[in-house]
Design a protein around this ligand. Sequence first.
Ligand SMILES: Cc1cc2nc3c(=O)[nH]c(=O)nc-3n(C[C@H](O)[C@H](O)[C@H](O)COP(=O)(O)OP(=O)(O)OC[C@H]3O[C@@H](n4cnc5c(N)ncnc54)[C@H](O)[C@@H]3O)c2cc1C
Length: 379
Amino acid sequence: MRGHGWRERLLLHHYEVDKKYGTSYQKNFLEWFKRIQREDLYTCAGITDPKGDRSKRPLEQSDPDLFLRVVERRPDGVVVNGAKMHLTSCVNAHEIFTMPTMSLRPGEEDYAISFAVPMNTPGITMIIGRNSSDLRKLYGTPMDVGNAKCGGIEAVCVFDHVFVPNERIFLNGEVEFAGPLVDRFASYHRNSYGGCKAGVGDVLIGAASLFAQFNGVEKAAHIKDKLVEMTHMNETLYSGGIASSCEGYQTAAGNYIVDPMLANCCKLNVTRYPYEMCHLAEEIAGGLMVTAPSGADFDNPETGPYLRKLLVGANGVSAEDKLRALRLLETMCIGTGAVGFRTESMHGAGSPAAQKLNISRYANFNGKKDMAKHLANIK
Ligand SMILES: Cc1cc2nc3c(=O)[nH]c(=O)nc-3n(C[C@H](O)[C@H](O)[C@H](O)COP(=O)(O)OP(=O)(O)OC[C@H]3O[C@@H](n4cnc5c(N)ncnc54)[C@H](O)[C@@H]3O)c2cc1C
């Protein structure tokens, strides 16, 4: 009842796409994928192009390399130029997997390219991004780092005449497959955010709750209410991820695909709730989250004793532990890149407008109007 036929139409669409997709590409991809699993390799995802003027198609840009493209076709492979942007952990990756960032039209064949190559392939340069306060990691004061166990880094990955051998190519000129590829990838990515961001949310709730305890306010009704609000939003993110997986279905090729409507709704919630959760966490944290002295001040024999005496927490909690909890909150609420909880939630897997576009595609407003008309007795 709820799908009103769009699910069936989508299945048929997937079937038509799968039937046309070249078997040599499928073989290339499966061979590559099996090796990645067998050798336990880590692959980064290179989807986002620099894109220049967002109102223009790839061929209309001031520089043709603003979208990754094929510049030479050889009997044994292709040569590509351009870049992929914001690549999470590409500096730690064994290989990069690339695909177009959007659907393509006839005439844009050189941009319809998908492949995987090792990160040390000649012609690849990684230029890593800056996170706010990243130099704190180099000052030798671990108390100021926030997340003492792990971090994250994004990079611009430049392709300057990179040769890709035939067996590593998964798409080469077939513009009609770019759109379905982007759709399927985006649906999976938006589904996965229901798990990934809910996990980050658990840590944020934990840090806020811990700090409330350190501050002696954990039993206050409004603090409990904020923690419950945060938990409700976080579990809603998680539900969207679980629901889009459970409602997934089998394609003609035998593999499963997540429910795209629920995956897009999941990600749209992710562009909103983390901001509200950070808002509540900051309210619980108080001003010291952004005005706290550094670990070096604790180490300084002149200032350290003052700080240990004056910034002490409730029930014997040390000033140092209070600051450690606050730095973690600071990193998550206003830190940038993958260590933060906000901008990555907004733009990772596509900006909100992209999710709304998909939701409007699957919403079937006419079907809903029919139901309303039926109940209201409107002919
Ligand atoms: C921390 C982080 C990690 C990331 N990791 C990865 C990764 O590992 N791999 C990867 O490939 N990408 C990654 N991304 C990139 C992410 O997918 C993009 O940020 C996202 O797709 C948005 O693209 P953009 O940043 O170029 O913003 P833009 O596309 O420039 O969007 C900015 C605004 O402009 C609007 N807009 C854009 N184009 C148009 C248009 N034609 N008409 C009207 N409005 C438009 C958007 O809706 C949005 O509101 C990451 C991003 C972040 C922040």
